[in-house]
Write a protein that binds this ligand. Structure first.
Ligand SMILES: Nc1ncnc2c1ncn2[C@@H]1O[C@H](COP(=O)(O)OP(=O)(O)OP(=O)(O)O)[C@@H](O)[C@H]1O
Ligand SMILES: [Mg+2]
Length: 293
């Protein structure tokens, strides 16, 4: 965990630049949003896929990073079959653009599942080479959504610390609440991370979502001094979610009028209306933090 701690101390974090200056062109900052949970199976990958579609419908350029070490979920959810992943780029066998997969709309997916662990073990020279490769993405991304594995492994913590915004998913199951709290607690106590957004998934109604938020926020406020939890909203339990999964389509695409699809649109709009993180919003910056360059 010392490495992850060092990540927070990297000088790049203090760069004041917020917008992206690329030659004569100034672009708005990239928003890097990490979705994690603590407990598995609470809907993270579905949330990432559907928020990606919602942002795409809003005209944003979206890149999804499938950072789940276990099963590559995003591709299965979208019926895609990536042949290569980031590890092939790291081995020098493929160009970065060759491993990106086109999803629905203009969404692109970076399959990282089997390369993520290697990323944290690169030599300094390899890290710089990889960062240079990322340059080509800089003008093509407004939002980078990161789908992490469940739990509080080092890799999950790395992605949470490197991202600009953290969304923690909870469901009405009591274990989802305790596991989400465990994730928040470790990020706060060991790494000083204070800002989290709570997204209640699979809830009966909005009131139930707010009640879950109230519970986690009460405990966090009591035990974690100075923590800042925001309620991002609720996604209803909706039978169209598993139906869309079976079709290997995003819900927002397959059943745009489903209650959960409408909730995803509302949440995407809420995220876009909120101010971006004041840190340096570039794709490179995120990776620099992740790789500790
Ligand atoms: N709002 C919802 N309503 C109904 N079912 C849902 C909802 N959200 C997710 N599900 C179902 O829950 C299951 C798990 O979802 P998903 O794979 O997105 O979870 P995950 O958190 O990414 O899991 P893992 O931790 O294994 O990566 C899926 O079968 C999905 O259909
Ligand atoms: Mg998943």
């Amino acid at each position: 965990m010392d490495q992850a701690l060092g990540l927070r101390e990297t000088p790049h974090r203090r760069e004041p630049r917020n917008s992206r200056q690329l030659g004569a062109v100034v672009l708005p900052p990239v928003r890097v949003i990490c979705v994690s949970s603590g407990k598995g199976g609470v809907g993270k990958s579905n949330i990432v896929v559907n928020l990606a579609c919602a942002f795409d419908l809003m005209g944003k350029k979206v890149l999804v990073l499938d950072a789940d070490l276990g099963l590559a979920n995003i591709d299965v959810l979208l019926g895609l079959t990536p042949k290569e992943n980031i590890s092939h780029v790291l081995e020098g066998k493929r160009q970065l653009r060759e491993v990106l997969v086109n999803g629905p709309g203009n969404i692109r997916i970076m399959p990282a599942s089997s390369g993520v662990q290697e990323l944290t073990r690169l030599t300094d020279e390899q890290k710089l080479q990889f960062l240079q490769l990322l340059d080509e993405l800089e003008t093509d991304v407004d939002i980078l959504l990161v789908d992490t594995a469940a739990g509080i492994s080092d890799t999950v913590l790395y992605f949470n610390l490197a991202a600009h915004e953290r969304v923690v998913v909870v469901t009405p199951e009591p274990t989802s609440l305790t596991d989400a709290y465990a994730l928040i607690k470790v990020l706060y106590t060991r790494h000083g991370e204070r800002h989290f957004r709570i997204l209640a998934n699979s809830v009966h109604n909005e009131k139930a979502g707010k009640s879950i938020f109230a519970q986690i926020s009460k405990v966090a406020d009591h035990f974690l001094d100075g923590i800042s939890l925001d309620f991002l909203g609720s996604i209803p339990n909706d039978p169209d979610v598993p139906r869309a999964v079976l079709r290997q389509q995003a819900l927002v695409e397959a059943f745009p009028n489903a209650p959960a699809a409408r909730a995803f649109i509302t949440i995407a709009e809420k995220i876009m209306k909120s101010a971006p993180h004041p840190n340096n919003g570039t794709v490179q910056f995120f990776w620099k933090r992740l790789l500790k360059v």
